[in-house]
Ligand binder design. Structure first.
Ligand SMILES: [Zn+2]
Length: 263
């Protein structure tokens, strides 16, 4: 009876793996079931209102390049490392990250989701007031934004900048970071046209996946080098492990390399 049991376990594992992670989730969204081969439609009486079919068809997504496009910033250009916090502002986590940064007398870059910035403008004000750098992280964290028509990319980035400027009118937003790191040359070009450099990273502890703080610390410690740009999250989910990891990582990185604000 062993082989079938092993097979069943293996199959279960494959299904489990296929179901997790942002990448898999997006691929499944992008695909979708093929349209059924159909006979001429027969109108059926129905009591419920239906979509009229007047909406224009969704344009197809551009394919995602297999390698990262040119023009991404991935290091600080000096010995000091930079910390970046994505997916906020979040009323539960962002203030606590800000408290830690202030206590350590260092600054970071916050990659803000536009609709979060619109919802929590006071947090945007505090981020700027305390000397941190700003980064546009799209309106609604659209992982496929870079694959959409250029006009849609531009509208999304402009809308996000406007939400940030509604909170802090003269704030500089020198960076854009593509959700999921799913960059395309088109999104890099639009960001550049809007005055934003494309900000990638060199250290990703995958804290979005909720590993324990100990794991986040180990992943950062083993990958960090002089000039590293470290990706972490202050929004988008339960961030208590990130907070706990930062209690240790911020003083340690400051002592070993220095922590600088991206310029
Ligand atoms: Zn993100």
């Amino acid at each position: 009876m062993r082989p079938p049991a092993v097979l069943a376990f293996g199959l279960g594992l494959v299904l489990l793996l296929a179901g997790c992670g942002d990448h898999a989730r997006n691929l499944s969204q992008a695909g979708g079931p093929p349209p059924a081969a159909s006979a001429p439609p027969v109108p059926k009486p129905t009591a419920s209102p239906r979509p009229t079919g007047s909406a224009p068809p969704k344009p197809r997504l551009r394919p995602l390049p297999t390698t990262l496009p040119a023009g991404l910033r991935r290091t600080t250009g000096e010995r000091a490392v930079a910390l970046t916090f994505d997916d906020g502002p979040d009323p539960r986590w962002t203030p606590r990250i800000l408290d830690q940064l202030r206590a350590a007398r260092v600054t970071a870059t916050f990659c803000l989701v536009g609709r979060q910035a619109r919802r929590y403008p006071a947090l945007v004000v505090r981020i700027v007031r305390e000397g941190h750098q700003l980064c546009n992280h799209s309106w609604r964290h659209d992982m496929d934004l870079g694959r959409r028509p250029v006009a849609e990319i531009r509208a999304d980035l402009v809308r996000t900048d406007r939400a940030i400027h509604a909170a802090v009118p003269n704030a500089r937003i020198p960076y854009y970071r593509q959700p999921g790191g799913r960059w395309t040359p088109e999104v890099v070009a639009v960001a550049r046209q809007l005055g934003m450099r494309s900000l990638h990273w060199s250290v990703d502890p995958q804290d979005w996946d909720h590993p324990p703080a100990k794991t986040i610390i180990q992943r950062v410690e083993s990958a960090v080098r002089p000039g590293a740009i470290v990706l972490m999250h202050d929004g988008g989910g339960d961030r208590r492990a990130t907070l706990a990891a930062c209690q240790r990582l911020i003083p340690e990185l400051k002592r070993r390399y220095g922590i600088s604000r991206l310029r």
